[in-house]
Design a protein around this ligand. Structure first.
Ligand SMILES: *[C@@H]1O[C@H](CO)[C@@H](O)[C@H](O)[C@H]1NC(C)=O
Ligand SMILES: *[C@@H]1O[C@H](CO)[C@@H](O)[C@H](O)[C@H]1NC(C)=O
Ligand SMILES: *[C@@H]1O[C@H](CO)[C@@H](O)[C@H](O)[C@H]1NC(C)=O
Ligand SMILES: *[C@@H]1O[C@H](CO)[C@@H](O)[C@H](O)[C@H]1NC(C)=O
Ligand SMILES: *[C@@H]1O[C@H](CO)[C@@H](O)[C@H](O)[C@H]1NC(C)=O
Ligand SMILES: *[C@@H]1O[C@H](CO)[C@@H](O)[C@H](O)[C@H]1NC(C)=O
Ligand SMILES: *[C@@H]1O[C@H](CO)[C@@H](O)[C@H](O)[C@H]1NC(C)=O
Ligand SMILES: *[C@@H]1O[C@H](CO)[C@@H](O)[C@H](O)[C@H]1NC(C)=O
Ligand SMILES: *[C@@H]1O[C@H](CO)[C@@H](O)[C@H](O)[C@H]1NC(C)=O
Length: 439
């Protein structure tokens, strides 16, 4: 029996033009609610909000969500075929931390996505000038990720996502200046999730997007809203692997998602497609590595595999699933037209290469199949926001004295190194929320 190693890799970003306008998507737009979506087009100078031409999602300008920063437009040569939201951005040349504040509901779970398209907006060719170009992102008072645009094609869009729980009735996203280039942001999107979804996400654990892939023959490079009512980005896999020995399966039959197996609410349209191999082959290696601008050495990852048997005959298939060289699930057999999502809750694994293998089990007549796949990295929410009464007090002080200080931005005391200038904060160990001691 032959075996085949299939290396799947691509960059963290996608040309915006890959998100194609599809008629069938347009016709479904009105069926799904965008209630609770907050969609911010950073740097938009046009006062009016607009509905995105592809998703029909309404985008607002970032006025009211951020203080400071400068509006810019990417160069005209990068505008062609670009998403509307990527055409403008807000840059933050001043201050070490600049925060956007979005409305939220205390304790609610949601997805937050920030996108970045440089588009040589400043004419400095910063992504290709040979020097490091990177800045940091915080979700509230905790580190989220690094945006690394070093050696980056200026037309490409980087996106970062986090699944998190609101620490209060607002949530802030902060850009951190590392001294290696001016931080900026192109768009910011908040999408509510159901509280039961992603059960390993809670007030102390958030997860960062590492990879989200759909298999089978997709018609668009990125599947998102309205196919996915939570507007997750699912990368299409078949654009890279659509020749022998790959076989793309599809069905028009309903795929059932049983109660108790609905932690991820993967759209049925995604379960109705899958990828497998010619029967001469026995294993699939998924290389979910993100490419050179992500350094995954220290990350701990949690993979989620989504399966439904959709082949047209009654032959049996079973396979083992490996994380690097360790078996995660043995002898798994997907049920016919019924969704199964395999994950080990709370078990974040060291596997910086993000390589997973599906290996045909002894006695199985068919090779493995897969419908969709998600991987998240562990983000510990170890720092606490400043006591909310103190925050309200200092905001009143700020308004009363008309203080428009640039560094009075984001949380007053947390994290420590970004404490507002002129404040003394107390970090007693018994009280987890820092307090303002002196102004
Ligand atoms: C601003 O709005 C006008 C009219 O709606 C439109 O023609 C123009 O392209 C918009 N500009 C930007 C930067 O979105
Ligand atoms: C940007 O820099 C790269 C590498 O030095 C060069 O090839 C390219 O022509 C430059 N582009 C612009 C618009 O200056
Ligand atoms: C929490 O705050 C400390 C002190 O400011 C900082 O060193 C640490 O990186 C923060 N942790 C996270 C997860 O951001
Ligand atoms: C579904 O699969 C059949 C072959 O089994 C193929 O002819 C058809 O084009 C596929 N449809 C889609 C939408 O992928
Ligand atoms: C599959 O293997 C069989 C037996 O080794 C061989 O005859 C056949 O040509 C192979 N099929 C393909 C498509 O390679
Ligand atoms: C996975 O892909 C990355 C990026 O292309 C590559 O550097 C790495 O060697 C690949 N790993 C394996 C095991 O194929
Ligand atoms: C940023 O990306 C560059 C180019 O791929 C890489 O050499 C560098 O190590 C990365 N830096 C960090 C901190 O990720
Ligand atoms: C949060 O989830 C992690 C696993 O993801 C678990 O270990 C931890 O106990 C949970 N914490 C709370 C406060 O529920
Ligand atoms: C606040 O300060 C701004 C700019 O410094 C000024 O334009 C404005 O009139 C001030 N408002 C009040 C109420 O003092």
């Amino acid at each position: 029996m032959n075996t085949m190693v299939i290396s799947f890799s691509c960059s963290a970003s996608r040309k915006a033009t890959w998100i194609l306008a599809l008629l069938f998507m347009m016709s479904r737009v009105h069926g799904q609610s965008t209630r609770g979506f907050v969609s911010v087009d950073c740097g938009l100078t046009n006062s009016s909000a607009y509905n995105d031409g592809i998703t029909n999602i309404r985008f607002d300008s970032d006025r009211g969500y951020v203080a400071g920063g400068l509006s810019h437009t990417i160069l005209a040569e990068y505008m062609v075929g670009s998403d509307e939201q990527q055409k403008t951005l807000r840059s933050f040349p001043d201050g070490s931390r600049n925060c956007y504040t979005l409305p939220s509901t205390f304790g609610k779970k949601f997805l937050l996505r920030a996108t970045f398209t440089y588009g040589n907006y400043d004419g400095l060719n910063r992504t290709l000038d040979g020097s490091p170009f990177l800045f940091g992102l915080h979700i509230g008072v905790n580190f989220w990720d690094t945006v690394n645009l070093t050696n980056w094609d200026p037309s490409l869009t980087v996106w970062k996502e986090v699944l998190t729980v609101a620490p209060g009735n607002s949530v802030s996203v902060c850009l951190i200046n590392f001294g290696s280039g001016t931080p900026f942001m192109s768009a910011l999107e908040l999408r509510p999730l159901l509280d039961a979804m992603y059960p390993f996400v809670n007030t102390s654990v958030s997860v960062g997007y590492f990879r989200r892939i759909r298999f089978g023959e997709a018609t668009e490079y990125i599947t998102r809203y309205p196919v996915d009512p939570y507007d997750r980005f699912w990368e299409g896999w078949s654009f890279s692997y659509n020749t022998y020995p790959w076989i793309n399966l599809n069905t028009s039959s309903q795929v059932e998602i049983l109660p108790g197996d609905d932690y991820f609410n993967v759209p049925m349209a995604i379960f109705q497609k899958a990828t497998t191999l010619d029967t001469n082959y026995s294993f699939i290696v998924i290389n979910a590595s993100l490419g050179p601008n992500v350094v995954p050495e220290s990350v701990r990852l949690l993979p989620i595999f989504h399966f439904a048997e959709i082949n047209g005959n009654n032959m049996q298939r079973s396979f083992d699933i490996y994380n690097a060289d360790d078996v995660l699930h043995r002898g798994f057999s997907p049920s016919r037209l019924q969704a199964s999502s395999l994950y080990n809750s709370g078990q974040f694994l060291y596997n910086g290469d993000a390589v997973y293998t599906l290996n045909k089990a002894r006695g199985s007549s068919l090779p493995p199949l897969i419908n969709a796949f998600e991987v998240y990295s562990l983000l510990r929410m170890e720092n606490f926001t400043t006591d909310s009464e103190d925050v309200n007090y200092i905001k009143q002080v700020k308004a009363h004295y008309n203080l428009t200080r640039i560094d009075w931005n984001g949380d007053p005391c947390s994290p420590r190194e970004y404490t507002w200038e002129g404040l003394t904060c107390g970090y007693s160990s018994s009280n987890k929320n820092p307090r303002i001691v002196r102004v």
